[in-house]
Design a protein around this ligand. Structure first.
Ligand SMILES: *Cc1c(COP(=O)(O)O)cnc(C)c1O
Length: 364
């Protein structure tokens, strides 16, 4: 069996360090906002060459708290992609703001920035680009548009820790960068976790207040906030894996290159890396009009595959119901029918990639 992600292999490789880190937390008994959370915040801020990083409970809250810290409120419009995980748009709706979906480029699966301008109205307050599957969105035209219209930019980096756009790490380009440490992400814990990075002192301080019941000083509350702190045990685990993140991302790139060299089926569209981008292949996603046949053939050989995402967000029941997005976004709709992701993790080996490619090459 080849799974989408084999977390056991990585655990066994790091077992000594991870077990020691966890047992150290248990011995120290500083479970809430303890020393590992602040150390991880400092390490991740330094990695991004930014002054602030704030740990939160998960990637969804990272986006939610970042939106609130950027002043997004009821009635505002926020532009984003429909080709992403629900959380990206869910947080906009949770604040009673309106997600406005813009179609994607079918080669990168990321926001088509040339279509943003026509969706900007007097109510537009922010853009959330998603660096989907580990590839940076096209940030230069997006930032230009944001500056011109005075919009905040919150980067959804949940799938792209360490990816670079023209040499700049994702999350450092907009007003805030939001990460998820969900177990299957390219930097992950063994439970939920998230982080916001920013160059803004104001945004960082506001998120620290929001994650802790709207309080800067214990038992004094200035906002309605959340219980959304990054867990100390997760922080200790993530710190161990963070030391290897560049190595892990490089292994993913090597695996992607091995896939591309081995897949020769003309009916398959391989991932395209945009100019100037450093892809980290959170997912290795291909496109084919023969998707069901391909998935069946893989399954027969005990190889996992997955569809991210089968329904673009503008066609999700929850957003159709609210009726504010009667749009057609043909590229997203087509990609949702044709994409399929293959097993991808740093420890995936060449023999497995050859086996998977062999199955794919025999599907027609
Ligand atoms: C995983 C993910 C999230 C949400 O992160 P959680 O930690 O699961 O809350 C948000 N956006 C994208 C693109 C994701 O892949």
């Amino acid at each position: 069996m080849i799974p989408m992600v084999d977390l056991k292999r990585q655990y066994h490789n790091l077992k000594k360090e991870i077990d020691a880190a966890v047992s150290d937390v248990l011995e120290q008994t500083r479970f809430i906002l303890g020393p590992n959370v602040s150390a991880l915040e400092e390490e991740i801020a330094a990695y991004h060459d930014l002054p602030y990083a704030v740990g939160v409970a998960n990637g969804t809250d990272a986006l939610l708290l970042a939106l609130r810290a950027c002043g997004i409120e009821a009635g505002d419009e926020v532009i984003t992609t429909p080709f992403t995980f629900i959380a990206t748009a869910e947080v906009i709706a949770l604040l009673k703001a309106t997600p406005v979906f813009v179609d994607i480029c079918p080669d990168t699966y990321n926001l088509d920035c040339s279509q943003i301008a026509e969706k900007i109205t007097a109510k537009t307050k922010a853009i959330i680009p998603v660096h989907l599957f580990g590839q940076p969105a096209d940030m230069n035209p997006l930032m230009e548009m944001a500056r011109k219209h005075n919009l905040k930019v919150i980067e959804d980096c949940a799938q792209a820790f360490g990816a670079k756009y023209n040499g700049r790490k994702v999350g450092t380009i907009g007003d805030a960068g939001c990460f998820s440490f969900f177990p299957s992400k390219n930097l992950a814990g063994y439970g939920d976790g998230g982080m916001v990075i920013t160059k803004s002192k104001e945004i960082a301080e506001q998120i620290k207040i929001l994650r802790n019941h709207g309080s800067a000083k214990r038992y004094y509350h200035q906002e309605i906030g959340y219980n959304s702190r990054l867990d100390e045990i997760q922080a200790a685990i993530i710190r161990v894996k963070f030391r290897q993140i560049d190595k892990f991302n490089e292994a993913r790139r090597q695996n992607a290159a091995a896939y591309c060299a081995a897949i020769s089926n003309q009916g398959i569209i391989l991932p395209v890396v945009a100019d100037g981008c450093d892809h980290v292949y959170h997912q290795f996603t291909i496109r084919t009009t023969n998707r069901d046949l391909l998935a069946d053939a893989l399954q027969k050989k005990d190889i996992a595959s997955a569809v991210y995402y089968p329904v673009p967000l503008h066609q999700q029941e929850v957003f159709l119901k609210s009726g504010h997005n009667p749009v057609q976004l043909p590229q997203s709709e087509r990609c949702a029918q044709e994409v399929i992701s293959l097993p991808m993790f740093p420890e995936l080996n060449r023999e497995e990639i050859r086996l998977i490619a062999d199955v794919i090459n025999h599907v027609s």
